[in-house]
Each structure stands twice: as C-alpha cells, then as structure tokens.
Design a protein around this ligand. Sequence first.
Ligand SMILES: Nc1ncnc2c1ncn2[C@@H]1O[C@H](COP(=O)(O)OP(=O)(O)OP(=O)(O)O)[C@@H](O)[C@H]1O
Ligand SMILES: [Mg+2]
Length: 231
Amino acid sequence: MTALFALPALRCQTIALSGRTLLHDVSFAPRAGEFTALCGPNGAGKTTLIRALAGLLPGTTPNDPRRVAYVAQGARSAWGLTVRQVVELGRIPHGDTAAGPIERAMAAWGLTGLRDARIDRISGGEARRAMLARALATEPVMLLLDEPTADLDPAAAHAAMRLLRALAGQGMAVVAVLHAIDLALEYAQRMLVLQDGRVVADGAPGDCLAAAAAAFGMRAGSDPAPRLLPL
Ligand SMILES: Nc1ncnc2c1ncn2[C@@H]1O[C@H](COP(=O)(O)OP(=O)(O)OP(=O)(O)O)[C@@H](O)[C@H]1O
Ligand SMILES: [Mg+2]
C-alpha cells in the first residue's frame, strides 16, 4: 500500500522574482480526477503559477518527481536521442526503464511509428508530443503542462485534449496552460483565469468565460458555441 499522497496546492501564495511580485495571494488546489485549464493573457503569471505548483520556484515546496510530472513551455530536447530514449527519460525518477509505461505513453501520444526517429530530426509538433509522452511515462498522479497544444495541428490538439480528459478520468490531476479557450471550454472540467498575477475566476469553464473575456480585453459570444470574440 502506498501512503496517500497530498496533491501539491497553492495557498495564498505570493511569488516575487527579481524584486517583482508575479503572483499575488494565489490559491489553487488541483483535484484528482480533474482537468483544469489555466488561462489568461501573456504575462499574466500562468507559467509562474505552474512552476510554483511544480515546486520549482524559491519559497515553494519541492515535489516528488515520481508523482508530479511537468512539461515546460516550449520544452524541447536538443540531444540526438531517439523518441523512445526521450520517453524513457520519464522513468529516471523511478530508476527503471519499465517497457510498459514507456510503450503506453508513446502509444497514447501517437508516437509508436516514430520510436526510432531522432528527436532533433522530427517536426515541432512531433517533438512536443515526445516531451508530453516523457511526462506520461513517469505515471504521475499530477501532470503539469505549460501550453501542451502550442505546436500541435488542430486534429492533434483535439486528440491531446481528449487524452488529458481521459487521464483525468482515470484519476490523475491534470493542469494545462491553454491559450485555446475553445479547447478549454470543450474539454476541461475546471478553468482558472489569471490576470496580472491574480486569480480572477476559478470554476466550470463556461462560468469563467466572461472573466476570461475581460482579462483578454475581448467579449464573450455564444453563437454557435461559447467563445471569445474581438471587441
Ligand atoms: N525570473 C523572472 N524575474 C522577473 N520577472 C519575471 C521572471 N519570469 C517571468 N517574469 C515576469 O512575470 C510575468 C509573468 O510571467 P509568466 O511567464 O508567468 O507569464 P505567462 O502568463 O506564462 O505568459 P505567456 O502566456 O506569455 O507564457 C511577466 O510579466 C514576466 O515578464
Ligand atoms: Mg507562459
């Protein structure tokens, strides 16, 4: 029996870097079985928040890398490793190269056919999926992803969102920074909207649309589906 693991959470967390306050009194407790979309304008503090949750910033609590996997914004591997070797790196926290989790992670991200391709000789979207598969191979209880769909084509982005929702359905706590509000509305169960380092909305995505629109300086539309529109 493994001891119950307390998911990382932020409680009234203030983060200052280089003398500047980037997060003001932010509280956010991800839940097991929930897929949260972290949204907000450029510079709002999304990366700072997810790095704080990952325990990577001064004054935050370091996490057990066997339980919490994190993929940074724009994460790439520059080494001449194969896709499979990159995904294998996700097992380092466990000290093994268990084939099961590695093969499952590659299959989940549609990489099986690319297993022997060098990571520095595949497309940006393919490389992004390899980084995401690396995190999944860790079999974490919490997955923290900073803009996972940034390099993905529309079909791959929808597939990624379906996978993240399915992982949450299996009990994982999934937190993903997303600029694609339409994807967040369609797939996430919870939305956290950040503006100027403060949480301005936290709830069901549809209920957060107005706050998201205000944060982006846009307006919320609903025809044919809820979405953001230019003012
Ligand atoms: N190490 C740092 N020292 C000082 N300021 C920083 C540091 N890192 C980020 N910032 C500032 O903190 C603010 C929030 O940055 P952050 O990277 O969290 O934004 P973001 O919401 O992820 O934006 P984006 O959508 O562009 O990725 C920005 O104004 C940024 O310039
Ligand atoms: Mg960012």
